[in-house]
Write a protein that binds this ligand. Structure first.
Ligand code: TRP
Ligand code: SF4
Length: 330
């Protein structure tokens, strides 16, 4: 029997997933399902690190993300899909790792420094927020995976994870392999307003959007800002709509659009409509699967519970080894 390498990754349940999430993470995960033994989980405890004051949305977001995952093509037949808070062993390992993690490692973490600066409307001077990467390290190494597929923004966290694993091994013996960073490509598309696509900017196209919503949103998209009038020639190279075309329209038509845009042979309204058609068509299989799973909430719940049970079995095995290594009673 050929043994596939295990990989693991997670997402915080901060809201419904959009095209940026699909292209940046989820589509990669879906594609990795055949090559790897995949573990994907919802990091609901991590959602608390910044949203501890108002936790009311976490449960609903968790449900939405599961639907997004299954709609996009993650399947329990190939992957283990689970919920962090259903595997309490993550918390035990987090505690043990917190004992050996030097605080300066965490204070140096670029993500930490960035977010503290960005989210200045929230009080993030908490122990939990500083310890975010320690919990993430526990999430990862408890499954002793070969690697962690993440976007470049998460690279510092994987690096800290490797350092913590090394330090643990140094004190207590070889327990944890250092997980590889598997960098996934980040999408080339922007939000409707040409800023980074993000739920909080209100510029996102969600996987759960209906064809009508998609059409409406696409018609709002900012195109080549220099092209003011229909009779002005445009420049597809600086146009976000054109970047979408490259992903969702057949190559022959994309070439035509390139040419017609440059000599004002096509207007942006028509161009956007064409793109919306392609996008709506590309997302059709996702909408179909969503309709299927939306009708079956018990099945969806069962998938996550069974996945969590399977994950817990592995986590428990690791913790036996860990407790023995640390010489804390099993
Ligand atoms: N920090 C990750 C994010 O914000 C989520 C996450 C938590 C994660 N634990 C993880 C990702 C373990 C990979 C592996 O996207
Ligand atoms: Fe962009 Fe299309 Fe308008 Fe050209 S015609 S600027 S590619 S939307």
């Amino acid at each position: 029997m050929s043994q596939k390498n295990r990989i693991l990754s997670g997402m915080r349940p901060t809201g419904p997933l959009h095209l940026g999430n699909l292209l940046g993470a989820l589509a990669n995960w879906v594609n990795m399902q055949d090559e790897y033994d995949c573990y994907f989980f919802i990091a609901d405890w991590h959602a608390l690190t910044s949203d501890y004051e108002n936790t009311s949305a976490i449960e609903q977001n968790r449900k939405e993300i599961i639907l997004d995952w299954l709609s996009a093509g993650l399947t329990p037949e190939k992957s283990t899909l689970f919920v962090q808070s259903l595997v309490k062993e993550h918390a035990e390992l987090f505690l043990l790792l917190s004992m050996i993690t030097p605080v300066p490692w965490l204070e140096r973490n670029p993500t930490y420094k960035e977010l503290i600066g960005e989210l200045n409307n929230k009080d993030l001077s908490t122990f939990g927020f500083l310890g975010y990467p320690v919990l993430q390290a526990a999430d990862i190494i408890i499954y002793r995976p070969y690697g962690v597929p993440v976007g470049v923004d998460q690279a510092p966290h994987v690096e800290i994870t490797r350092e913590i694993a090394r330090r643990f091994n140094h004190f207590y013996g070889d327990v944890f392999p250092e997980p590889e960073l598997i960098l996934t490509e980040t999408p080339k598309i922007l939000g409707l307003d040409r800023r980074k696509m993000s739920k909080s900017y209100g510029n996102a196209i969600f996987l759960s959007d209906s064809p009508e919503e998609i059409s409406k949103k696409v018609s709002r998209m900012i195109t080549d800002p220099q092209r003011a009038k229909r009779s002005d020639p445009g420049n597809p190279d600086v146009c976000n709509v054109y970047d979408f075309h490259k992903l969702y329209t057949d190559p022959h038509t994309v070439e035509e659009i390139d040419e017609q845009c440059r000599n004002a042979g096509i207007g942006c309204v028509e161009c956007k409509q064409k793109m919306a058609q392609g996008l709506i068509k590309a997302l059709a299989p996702i909408r179909e699967k969503r309709a299927y799973y939306e009708q079956r909430p018990e099945l969806v719940e069962e998938i996550m519970v069974e996945g969590s049970n399977k994950a817990r079995t592995i986590a428990c095995e690791t913790m036996e080894v860990v407790r023995a290594a640390v010489k804390i009673k099993n």
